[in-house]
Design a protein around this ligand. Structure first.
Ligand code: FAD
Length: 380
């Protein structure tokens, strides 16, 4: 729901919602097949890129759409609502390149990423390192002007399909980010099989003596934590938006089913218990949308948004989980078959409950901010 988002052009918003819905409806069967098979639909994704839905932040003269954070939120929410291929990983990558990339790195990667035909992945998590990056074991050592990378990464969305992956590794200067072309000697990828977000499936990425030039460093050696955190307020808004989209679709589909489903003398939506469920789920999605919209508007204004974006993603997780869970109450046995989308939506939301900042880590941050503030962030 777009309650307070400030779009540069309202007609862009309405036209984009309509175009994305129509595109998803047209390709529903292929999207379902790919979802089941955990297959990345490269052609559909490239078509999304051509339509301007993969490169919202990238300037138009570098192949993108040159839009703002409100438009990014709308695109991600429609992706979640319509079941399209999530461009979130690439958008985060483009943001990294815009904020930290050299002119040469931008020339090499940005236009293809924004068009949707150059696939990007981020190789951060390791088998022993998820939430705590400080425990990272992948290494980068200098050899003349080059760097040599070694390590094992896991849970990497599009790790197997990507042309370039952003690898975080420990250099003598500290954690450093490297743009690594995946056709280099020593890069090996092994597809894995996640329960959710199966249109952008995961892989393990193993790096064995991978030699990259000095120009592959993103930002500066030792500044990996800075690059890492620099995009996180933005990416939490994208995650929140996708989650709101999952919840909206689950609730809308379930209401449509319940309105037509007769049980005895009543329709399912005549039962007061079901009506309360609808009211509670709708209220949660409304609240999460307001929190996301406020955070997006603050972000666009250049304000400090860490608390606002953390709350937006936290509230979107809660609202999405509630709506998707309760969709099963409205749909009874009908919702428990794989020819409906409810099970997949549940799995998709569970992935975003963890990936890109887990609910627990978000709650830690919100609690820290409340507890350290003199008026408990407005409570006192
Ligand atoms: C499908 C999928 C896609 C992903 N995509 C990518 C990707 O593209 N690139 C990438 O690098 N990574 C990716 N990830 C990894 C994801 O970011 C990690 O799974 C996440 O950071 C959590 O790490 P972990 O799984 O090792 O959990 P752990 O760090 O082992 O944590 C286990 C549990 O403890 C909780 N926890 C951790 N610390 C605290 C704390 N201080 N207080 C309270 N609770 C805590 C966590 O929230 C979690 O619930 C993906 C994961 C999945 C499942």
């Amino acid at each position: 729901m777009y309650l307070e988002l400030k779009f540069a052009a309202e007609d862009w918003a309405a036209a984009t919602v309509e175009a994305m819905s129509a595109f998803a409806a047209e390709h529903r069967a292929e999207l379902r097949d790919c979802q089941r098979a955990a297959r990345f639909p490269a052609e559909l994704y490239a078509e999304m890129g051509r339509r301007g839905w993969v490169g919202p932040f990238t300037p138009t003269d570098e192949g993108g759409s040159g839009l703002g954070v409100a438009e990014y939120c709308l695109i991600e929410e429609e992706v979640g609502r319509c079941g399209l291929v999530s461009p979130q990983i690439s958008i985060q990558g483009q943001r990294w390149l815009i904020d930290w990339g050299t002119p040469e790195q931008r020339r090499r990667y940005l236009p293809g990423m924004a068009r949707g035909d150059l696939i990007f992945s981020e190789s951060i998590s390791e088998p022993g390192v998820g939430s705590s990056m400080k425990l990272m074991e992948s290494t980068a050592r200098r050899d003349g002007d080059d760097w040599v990378l070694n390590g094992a990464k896991t849970h990497v969305n599009l790790g197997h399909q990507s042309h370039v992956t952003l690898v975080y590794a420990i250099a003598p200067e500290g954690i450093t980010a490297f743009l690594v072309d995946t056709d280099l000697d020593g890069v090996e990828t092994r597809p894995t099989d996640p329960i959710g977000l199966r249109l952008i499936p995961t892989a393990d990425v193993v790096l064995t003596d991978v030699r990259v030039p000095g120009s592959a460093v993103l930002g500066e050696a030792g500044r990996g934590m800075d690059t890492f955190f620099s995009t996180f307020n933005m990416s939490r808004l994208g995650n929140a938006s996708e989650l709101i989209g999952f919840g909206r679709r689950a609730l809308a589909d379930a209401i449509a089913y319940g309105r037509d489903r007769q049980v005895g003398a009543s329709m399912v939506t005549d039962f007061q218990g079901i009506q309360w469920t609808v009211a509670d789920c709708y209220g949660d999605l409304y609240g999460a949308s307001l929190a996301r919209d406020r955070a997006a508007n603050l972000h666009a204004a250049g304000a400090d948004v860490a608390l606002a974006t953390s709350l937006a993603k936290k509230m979107a997780i809660d609202a999405s989980e509630h709506a998707v869970n309760e969709a099963f109450a409205l749909t009874g046995g009908h919702g428990l078959y794989t020819d409906t989308d409810y099970g997949q939506l549940l799995h998709d939301m569970k992935v975003l409950r963890v990936a890109g900042g887990s609910l627990e880590v978000l709650r830690n941050y919100v609690a820290r901010r409340v507890l350290r503030s003199d008026d408990y962030e407005g409570l006192g």
